[in-house]
Ligand binder design. Structure first.
Ligand SMILES: Cc1cc2nc3c(=O)[nH]c(=O)nc-3n(C[C@H](O)[C@H](O)[C@H](O)COP(=O)(O)OP(=O)(O)OC[C@H]3O[C@@H](n4cnc5c(N)ncnc54)[C@H](O)[C@@H]3O)c2cc1C
Length: 481
């Protein structure tokens, strides 16, 4: 195995004060499923957190908000089904966990719940080389999948920054997008089939009969972005691509962010899909590249003819920008998976987080200004910055970062989320592009989904009538943060 779970910071050594573990009767029934069952305080504490920045200072002090009653590690779909049947019979909540790299508390179990660790589902089950698809278990980490596919000359092309620390199931459950998604698509574009276990223990196999199925609404899509609230994904078939034969890099400096955005829009609307088309505002350009302009990083990979044509279009559309050293792209590629930045700041008393949102091109300037000023006007805010990370024909993702050093961290943090999400919703943008909702964004879901919120609740009621799967996440049951 080359990938694996990690945490933003270590828990302190020594004893942690924990409430009692799950009742003996429940533990015995879970043991009887054949899954690995652990009620030790340390394992419960590790499985009580993900990468939600809010929990970094808590866990650094050895504090846990919500203790799961038991950690259960499964290694087959049948075991997942048996565990969910036990949980249903005992009316105990279950939180599916992959790499626990989610940044919004989505993998944080509610108090007393079963933390269902899926990283034992770690087999790549088969590659259909002619069809360019791969069948894979949900707990496989990014590097392990990539290594298996490399042996066939393939890649799925899904490379989130958290690639080494996240699993196939987590990618699907959060509806993620990798850093190269302009070329390869987001995870929703790659899913061809799913195996899902419902709260009752029933096993569903969905899709897998062809590249596009016009047989009613897409049932696989129902579980993409469902964040462990509708079912537990145990297996997926994903579409794969030839490993890239060729690469190209370009860097440009724009006088303003809007001019850079306009160039990105023209590039994608002409049909070019450079894997990376990433535009930084002046604050982040200075921070990452020591440049006073708005830096645009362009990277493409794939068939040589496609890369050449793509970069020719990029060059035409960026002709009026300053050409920067292409080495900036290499620097970005070298550092792009560094995940060490946030934890030391939180431990030193800073409150820092990121918010990725999306909107149509016609709204993006207004949205950028509204969110930047709403965050910037908060007392004790030190810096607000952004970049554009993913571009589409009809819009893009804006990725904001804020940092403050407030006297009351929790109050400040909640306010930051409140004002930013409210501006995005008011203007008609989407409150998340690829991180999902988790616990942090749950209170904004109703406003964001509007009339769709009732439909989502009805689906939840049908699939999980006792509200056992990840309550509190996605605003479905439980107590959101
Ligand atoms: C530094 C950093 C950078 C990141 N960069 C990106 C990025 O570039 N792109 C991106 O999309 N995301 C990014 N993320 C967010 C996160 O890594 C992704 O959301 C990832 O897909 C989560 O996968 P995981 O296996 O860690 O899931 P977890 O964190 O374990 O779980 C996330 C959610 O999915 C549910 N879940 C997990 N597995 C299953 C399953 N098998 N069945 C049902 N539900 C399940 C959980 O209950 C939870 O609600 C980043 C995170 C960090 C810390």
């Amino acid at each position: 195995m080359t990938g694996g779970p990690t945490a933003p910071n270590p828990l302190p050594a020594g004893d942690l004060r924990a409430p009692p573990a799950a009742p003996a009767e429940l533990v015995a029934a879970l043991v009887a499923t054949g899954a690995a069952v652990d009620v030790t305080t340390r394992q419960r504490a590790e499985h009580a957190r993900d990468w939600w920045p809010r929990s970094i200072p808590l866990s650094a002090r050895g504090e846990v908000d919500q203790w799961p009653g038991v950690v259960v590690t499964v290694s087959s779909t049948e075991q997942v089904s048996a565990v969910l049947r036990v949980a249903s019979a005992h009316r105990v909540a279950v939180t599916a966990q992959g790499g626990r790299s989610g940044v919004l508390g989505g993998a944080v179990p509610s108090s007393g719940a079963v933390a269902l660790d899926l990283t034992g589902l770690r087999r790549v089950l088969g590659v259909d080389a002619a069809s360019h698809t791969v069948r894979v278990e949900a707990g496989v980490f990014g590097p392990d999948l990539d290594e298996s596919l490399a042996a066939h000359g393939l890649t799925v092309g899904h490379y989130p920054q958290s690639f080494a620390h996240s699993t196939v199931g987590g990618w699907i459950a959060c509806s993620g997008s990798g850093q190269f998604s302009n070329r390869y698509g987001s995870i929703i574009d790659m899913v061809r089939a799913l195996t899902v276990v419902l709260a009752s223990g029933e096993v569903l196999t969905l899709g897998g009969r062809g590249p596009h199925e016009a047989v009613g609404p897409s049932l696989t899509s129902l579980f993409v972005g469902s964040e462990g609230t509708l079912g537990v994904i145990t297996e997926a078939t994903l579409v794969a691509h030839d490993r890239p034969a060729s690469q190209g890099r370009r860097a440009y400096g724009f006088p303003t962010f809007d001019e850079g955005m306009a160039a990105c829009r023209r590039v994608v609307q002409r049909g070019a899909r450079p894997a990376v088309l990433r535009l930084y505002d002046t604050v982040e350009s200075e921070r990452h590249f020591q440049s006073s302009s708005c830096v645009l990083i362009v990277f493409d990979e794939g068939d040589g003819a496609l890369v050449e044509t793509t970069l020719a279009i990029v060059e035409e559309e960026c002709a009026r920008a300053g050409r920067l050293d292409d080495e900036l792209v290499t620097r970005w590629l070298d550092r792009r998976n560094d995940v060490t930045a946030l934890a030391p700041l939180w431990e030193r008393g800073y409150v820092v987080d990121t918010m990725e949102v999306s909107a149509p091109w016609s709204l993006l300037t207004q949205l950028r200004e509204a969110v930047t000023s709403a965050l910037g006007e908060l007392e004790e805010m030190s810096a607000v910055s952004l970049h554009q990370s993913h571009a589409y024909i009809d819009g893009a993702c804006l990725y904001f970062t804020f940092v403050g050093r407030p006297s009351d961290g929790e109050f400040f943090y909640r306010r930051a989320w409140d004002v930013a999400m409210s501006e995005v919703t008011k203007l008609g943008g989407a409150i998340s592009h690829h991180h999902g909702v988790g616990r942090a964004r749950a209170r904004f879901v109703d406003d964001s989904l509007g009339s769709g919120a009732g439909l989502l609740r009805a689906v939840k009621k049908l699939l999980d009538p006792d509200d056992l799967l990840n309550p509190g996440v996605l605003a479905l049951g439980g107590v959101p943060w």
